[in-house]
Design a protein around this ligand. Structure first.
Ligand code: FES
Length: 133
């Protein structure tokens, strides 16, 4: 029998005050596996991200200028920086700690850097963002 979906949205404090002001401070939580509806596309700031708590750890769901969405474990492959607080450009995000560029499609660091953040399937349907966890 399927477990009921439980999505909880809570206010969380981000370290950088400007991020809070820009609406980066909401966090969703998914507690079951499979495709889960996490938020409206508009709830993700353009060129930013929203964090979803999951059994895998925090997942950063990004939105770029073309309204494409991507999902990566919120942990830079360099030293674990919060990718959700990075700057999205094209199909990449710049880590806020040391500036590594991480591909949003697959989580791979852009050469010459080496490493990979786990990626997750994500899609938009009728303005709602769905994440496979
Ligand atoms: S932790 Fe991301 S570049 Fe260092």
């Amino acid at each position: 029998m399927d477990q009921p979906l439980r999505v909880t949205v809570t206010a969380e404090t981000n370290p950088a005050a400007y991020l809070k002001e820009e609406g980066f401070s909401q966090m969703a939580e998914v507690n079951v596996s499979g495709w889960q509806q996490v938020c409206a596309l508009d709830a993700i700031p353009e060129l930013g991200a929203r964090v979803v708590k999951s059994a895998h750890g925090n997942i950063a769901v990004f939105r770029n200028a073309e309204n494409e969405v991507f999902a990566l474990l919120d942990k830079c492959p360099h030293k674990g920086g919060p990718l959700s607080q990075g700057i999205v450009f094209g199909r990449k995000v710049a880590c806020p700690l040391h500036g590594w560029n991480i591909g949003l499609d697959d989580g791979n660091a852009v050469a010459p850097d080496v490493g990979c953040a786990r990626s997750f399937q994500v899609k938009v349907d009728s303005g709602q963002v769905w994440l496979e966890v």
